[in-house]
Design a protein around this ligand. Structure first.
Ligand SMILES: [Zn+2]
Length: 280
């Protein structure tokens, strides 16, 4: 046996040439799969971040100006995105705390997908209602997740969905994979030992949201260590992979697919990633 004695699954080796993260709030991407994004970008992928809201309710003072808070959080997210290395960030300016998976949001997301044309979309798992028995998953996280799934399939690939987009030159596009994060049922683990520090650095950019910055590094590394035990590495991010089109011969990597079997995911409970911050 050459595997680490603690490893029970294989690490995930496939890498999208282009990927898009779709999240509800500024900082979700960085509490989410930021180290995976940093790794993929470091290996040659192009990534794009879409924030459905600008986090205008992410404070604790009822007299705070929500527009000023939104502007601050957009600046924080752009700084964090620069640390991870995204090619760009789009803010859709939907209302924080009231995000709805409606046709208006779906059209915005289809427009983003058809513009950047990613192979893979990463989003929050819309089936996570509770973080195990340790917290409620924010309504916006669930709405952003299901909106992302519905935009990927079938709308983005269907030229008859929002036909004015295709007429305007935004041709239908097939996203081949969805990676869901903050899932209670992960199937895939990405080794992020080399990039977990970048994730912590990106999170520090969200200063308005981090109440205990001195605990951030250890907290994130402990969480990644817990996920990493599955594949016998120091740090990993756990994802739930949905393969829509399995035509992987056209992918950028020729390595053997190393997706883990889903059996061992039973009983996994994802901790609340935002337990130490204001709402959203
Ligand atoms: Zn959030």
């Amino acid at each position: 046996m050459t595997d680490s004695p603690t490893a029970t699954r294989a690490h995930h080796a496939w890498r999208p040439e282009r990927f898009m993260l779709i999240v509800a709030h500024p900082d979700d991407a960085d509490f989410g799969p930021a180290a995976t994004a940093a790794r993929w970008i470091g290996e040659g992928s192009a990534g794009w971040l879409v924030c459905c809201t600008s986090g205008d309710q992410g404070g604790e003072d009822p007299d705070e100006d929500p527009l000023a808070l939104a502007a601050l959080r957009e600046r924080e997210q752009r700084a964090a995105a620069g640390i991870i290395g995204y090619a760009g960030v789009t803010f859709l300016h939907q209302p924080d705390g009231a995000l709805a998976n409606d046709l208006a949001l779906r059209e915005q997301l289809v427009r983003e997908i058809r513009t950047f044309r990613p192979d893979a979309v990463l989003a929050t798992d819309p089936e996570t209602l509770f973080h195990g028995d340790g917290g409620v998953n924010h309504t916006d996280h669930r709405a952003a997740g299901i909106a992302a799934v519905d935009a990927v399939y079938p709308a983005a690939r269907n030229p008859m969905a929002f036909p004015w987009l295709a007429r305007d030159g935004l041709a239908a596009h097939r996203v081949r994979r969805i990676y869901l994060f903050w899932s209670n049922a992960p199937t895939t683990w990405v080794d992020v030992t080399a990039t977990i520090g970048r994730k912590v650095d990106a999170l520090r950019a969200h200063a308005s949201q981090i109440h205990h910055p001195e605990q951030l590094d250890e907290r994130m590394r402990a969480w990644a260590r817990e996920e990493g035990a599955a594949i016998g590495v120091e740090a990993a991010e756990a994802l739930r992979l949905i393969v829509i089109d399995a035509d992987e011969e056209t992918g950028p990597e020729s390595e053997t697919e190393a997706v883990a079997e889903a059996d061992a995911a039973a009983g996994h409970e994802h901790p609340d990633p935002e337990a130490d911050k204001p709402i959203a």
